[in-house]
Design a protein around this ligand. Sequence first.
Ligand code: ATP
Length: 488
Amino acid sequence: MIRIENLSGGYDTRRVIQDLSFEVAKGEILGILGPNGSGKSTLMKFMSGVLTPSHGEIYLNDRNIRDFRQKELAQKVSVLPQFQGNTFDYTVRETIELGRYPFRKGFFHDWTEEDERAVTSAIEQMELARFEHVSIDSLSGGERQRVFLAQALAQTPEILLLDEPTNHLDIAHQKQLLDTVRNLSKTSGVTIIGIFHDINLASLYCDKLLLLQNGSIAHYGEPHEVINSRNIDQIYQARIITHPHPEMPKPQITLMPGIKRSEPMTLSISDFTCTDDYVLLQTAHPWKTLSSAINGAGIGWAKTFVNRCVAPNYTHANVETEMEQYLLEHHFVPTETMAMMTAISPHKAVIKQYSGTEFVVTVMVTAGIGNAMDVSKSHMQNRTAPVGTINTWVLIEGHLREEAFIEAMITSTEAKAKALQIAEVLDPVTRTIATGTPTDSLLIAGSQQGIDIPFAGPATEVGKIIGKGVYEATLEAIYTYRQKTSTL
Ligand SMILES: Nc1ncnc2c1ncn2[C@@H]1O[C@H](COP(=O)(O)OP(=O)(O)OP(=O)(O)O)[C@@H](O)[C@H]1O
């Protein structure tokens, strides 16, 4: 455990650190963040005993570090300094063995079993065995960084100080180094304090974060308490948005570039092409999409939209791969294409456009209802023949917030269900009114230009238009389907 109380100090007459107090528990990882020159390295120098504070105290396990002899302190605290360009002509193993220096008792120190164990374990942890007898001079910058971490690990410290540890490392080795460090803290109880410039890495790996500004603590706490757009803008003068990591409850940031939004684009029904093969829309600018499509599902960006027609008996073991292959064969770029499938003829697509005061909503629907299902009774059924799908696209010319995307999905789904009710589409098994089919797909797309659209529920202007548009287009698509000219 390390405790800092009212620490102030710096260089000669220059006070860099101003009255800092914080505590890092045993086995905890603290990340120090802050702009260039905010005092991160200086704070580290106080903790490693390189600088002596002018005011305040630092305690290691309740003992003042002023009371430690230098070698004694080095047995407890090891430091991984910033990337070191200059090295001596030592082998990797010899460099790592230097980590045992604080444990030497005299000039003729016998190399103990404990020394050997610590060095071998450090080599294994940093996966350096194949470099063991190579000169450190011949290693790349990233490989050297791993050697110096191994040296710090060989010191078997209680406190490990890391000064920008992932500098010069590729992403695989950043992950390896930080996984090792995290493992060390959680399994061996080593307390870790690291300086980070990468806010996302710090958020992922640290238990607590300390955001420094001009040598003082601006914010301190768990990553979700420290990393938000207000704090980052205030300290770094950088506009960001935060979003959750997909697998961990940790905030991640995305930098918002200072690029102005482009002029609003306008979509016209004539931009859609309906061939025997597909309904196709291609636009000059990408749209932000939220969809349950086969290609481009989830949240993404797309310039090409495909509603592909397949035979009613279409099956494939890997539909995603087959769809990607299809897109490539048709010269569409899969990474900027949203693609769905239907057995309905693309010529039966209903495409409608509706204008609000400052935006336009375009709706495309193909409706195959042979496999319609009442969602409230689906638990009573076990269907195997999924032919028949309602595919819906809703393209909104405006800048949609995340809430608006989700509300637009709800509004569209409710409007579709209402159309099925009015058209008296029945679930063929239960003979009750159907609410959709088991394979329906929905796309909500925002041009992300023009006016801000924060919400899209049925009481908002855009929600009213989506409700009317999806309802009317779905109803018309159902009637078209029933005209017996469809492929189903
Ligand atoms: N040896 C030194 N002598 C005098 N001033 C120094 C010395 N080292 C750093 N400083 C000054 O102390 C202030 C804090 O520097 P420090 O290196 O602690 O910042 P930092 O937050 O680690 O910055 P960076 O992100 O750029 O590495 C800076 O204004 C710097 O110029």
